[in-house]
Design a protein around this ligand. Structure first.
Ligand code: NAD
Length: 352
């Protein structure tokens, strides 16, 4: 830490790294120290317009920089583990992009390494930090929905063939770990399980319907049974033109909330409170969407969510507590999605 600020370093300087840089830049108690990419010259290009930020083409040299307290990992999903292990072995706290890795076994290796090296390991699920997600979570915790009955998530997005063709790792099992669910749908899967989970079992179909030359699914649907008895459906696709905002429907015997991105489409309870009218005014009628939520363009998201996520890690480090998105938390959506893939491949119900 320097001058009361946590130093950040970014590994993997592609599309999402610029969102990380902006998020770090808007936090009072954080500064961007350095960037590393395995492609020579990419770090120099990334740092060119960022005064004082040091570019590295060598990971060991990057990790020797004593000003880096927190490393964010933004390499392709199946290339998170190797660099994150090295960073933690070098004593750095690590924030890993979603999905934390592409299998639970690889995530378990990360968790074990963090424990051994006594560093913090956390994931990125920025949707958990928006105001609407937190309102729904609070209402569930207070029992306002009664008994949860149907809890669904829909991520009907559009990605062109060029999107998959443009970068070699997209649409591969090894580095993307899956398709419409593991890459795009995972934020909704995480929110659904955070709000209504744990998930007990899944039954699913998955297929590649709208793209060529990809190994993974671009369309999937799963029926879930939750531990609390509720039933749910997850639908995910990157083959739905023009692409729609991410939607969650949380329905119970005493109330329903329909979330669309960061707004509410419905907020209705048998036992209404005075606060409900204000919530409807603010979030059902009054919310302006920040960006397109990634529905048809991966870059049409806001960096605000990442800033909230990083601020929470800083809060946890400075108070000696856990971050909200611990590695154990980040593991849950990967377990659900890999179970969905297993069910789709075998035609069997898969228990988690
Ligand atoms: N939280 C979100 O909303 C969000 C949004 C987009 C992407 N992501 C995640 O961020 C990650 C990166 O996605 P992207 O779209 O930025 O990918 P990208 O292909 O644009 O960038 C990846 C970068 O990592 C570099 N790289 C690859 N292997 C490396 C290694 N071993 N060491 C160092 N650098 C390496 C590549 O050269 C490239 O510059 C993925 O895991 C993705 O799921 C998260």
């Amino acid at each position: 830490m320097k001058n009361g600020k946590y130093g950040f370093g970014i590994i993997g300087l592609g599309m999402i790294s610029s969102f990380h840089a902006k998020a770090i830049g808007c936090l009072d108690d954080a500064w961007l120290v350095a960037g590393f990419d395995m492609v020579p010259g990419r770090a120099a290009a990334f740092c060119k317009d960022k005064e004082g930020v040091v570019p590295y083409d060598d990971l060991d040299e990057f990790l020797k920089n004593p000003d880096i307290d927190i490393v964010t990992v933004t390499t392709p999903s199946g290339a998170h583990m190797d660099v994150a292990l090295k960073a933690m072995e070098a004593g750095k706290n690590v924030i890993v992009e979603k999905p934390m890795e592409v299998t639970v076994e690889r995530i378990d290796r990360l968790i074990e390494c963090a424990r051994k090296n006594k560093v913090m390991l956390s994931g990125v699920f920025q949707s958990r930090f928006n105001e609407v997600s937190r309102l729904v979570k609070k209402a569930i915790d207070e029992g306002r929905f009664g008994k949860l009955t149907l809890c669904d998530a829909q991520v009907k997005w559009f990605r062109s063939q060029e999107y998959y063709d443009s970068v070699g790792w997209r649409g591969t099992w090894k580095l993307d770990g899956g398709g419409a669910l593991m890459n795009q749908g995972i934020h909704a899967v995480d929110l659904l399980q955070w709000l209504c989970g744990p998930v007990k079992s899944v039954m699913a179909f998955a297929d590649t319907l709208g793209h060529e030359r990809i190994e993974v699914e671009d369309t999937a649907a799963a029926v879930l049974k939750f531990d609390n008895g509720a039933i749910g459906v997850i639908e995910g696709s990157t083959a739905v033109y023009p692409g729609f905002l991410k939607k969650l429907e949380i329905c119970g015997t005493r109330g329903t909330a329909v979330i669309e991105e960061e707004s509410l489409k419905l907020w209705k309870f048998i036992d209404e409170t005075e606060e409900d009218a204000e919530i409807c005014r603010k979030y059902v009628d009054g919310v302006e969407q920040r960006g397109g939520g990634g529905a048809s363009d991966p870059a049409s998201i806001s960096f605000t969510g990442h800033a909230r996520c990083f601020a929470d890690v800083i809060r946890a480090l400075s108070t000696g507590t856990e971050p909200e998105v611990t590695a154990q938390e980040a593991r849950k959506s990967v377990e659900i999605i890999t179970s969905i893939y297993k069910s789709a491949a075998t035609g069997l119900l898969v228990a988690l």
